[in-house]
Ligand binder design. Structure first.
Ligand code: SAM
Length: 254
């Protein structure tokens, strides 16, 4: 997968050199290219922002540097736009991290892991001039994506979170693909069960005895029960409909 990132703080993306993503880059599983937006700002101060038209606090990112930078990246995309109606369009997908966007989920990560070429445009200040989104949405595919209902100073941390969640789903990035299946937010939408390792007792706290029993059916049943209970307690809205009654019924009886 090819990933281009545009930011005025390219140094943030040094984090992608570490751990599994660093190895994935070395193995050629992901090709990440980071671009400094200021390279497309040509005045003496390499200005990328200006005051909001109509007044208001803060600064807004100017459209011209974004246009020049994104045109250059799209012109080199390995994923050619298809000669098909827009509803079936292929081609690179531009993601602008934004607290005003659709919320990023594991489902979206799985969907985006199918793409050939992702471009992340990281906003700063009060965000990017709206015409940049409009221009590229008309010419191709654009999504505004939020990583949660809070406001960061810039899109860099959000882009890193999304890149990590997407890239670890690509074949070969995580050593044991089975570890991807059993996680929170996968398949049935339940949160993960609690995990333990050795020693069997630590500071007087014992590992649940069922996990030491060697009875795999009992372990599976215990883990599923734990997943349902944790999800009901922490994120009840994630419980699949068929489990809502089951869980409520049992607790009503307690
Ligand atoms: N004025 C914007 C608003 O109210 O929607 C917030 C701008 S924020 C200070 C600057 C940049 O941080 C945004 O352009 C976006 O790239 C990024 N950002 C902030 N919070 C985010 C979030 N929850 N998810 C994704 N990106 C976020």
């Amino acid at each position: 997968m090819r990933i281009d990132v545009v930011s005025i703080f390219p140094g943030y993306f040094d984090a992608l050199e570490l751990s599994l993503l660093g190895k994935a880059k070395q193995k050629g599983l992901i090709d990440v290219r980071v671009h400094d937006l200021r390279d497309a700002a040509h005045d003496r101060h390499r200005t990328v922002d200006d005051t909001p038209t109509g007044g208001g606090a803060g600064m807004v990112m100017k459209p011209e540097p974004w246009g020049e930078m994104l045109d250059g990246i799209l012109a080199e995309s390995p994923d050619e736009p298809a000669e098909t109606p827009r509803s079936e369009a292929h081609g690179p997908l531009i993601i602008f991290p934004s607290p005003a966007g659709e919320v990023f989920t594991q489902r979206m990560a799985r969907e985006l892991a199918q793409e050939q070429h992702l471009v992340f445009g990281c906003g700063r200040y009060e965000g990017i001039d709206q015409r940049v989104f409009d221009e590229y949405a008309e010419r191709g595919r654009v999504r505004l994506v939020s990583i949660g209902d809070y406001v960061l100073n810039g899109g860099e941390v959000a882009a890193i979170a999304m890149i990590e969640a997407i890239a670890r789903l690509l074949p070969g990035v995580v050593g044991n693909p089975e570890s991807l299946v059993e996680e929170s937010h996968e398949e049935d939408g339940l949160l993960e069960y609690p995990s333990y390792t050795k020693p069997a007792e630590w500071r007087g706290r014992e590992v649940p005895s069922v996990l030491l029993s060697g009875n795999h059916a009992a372990i599976d049943a215990w883990r599923r029960e734990q997943r349902i209970e944790r999800t009901r307690r922490v994120r009840p809205e994630l419980l699949p409909r068929e489990l809502r009654g089951e869980s409520r019924g049992r607790h009503a009886a307690e």
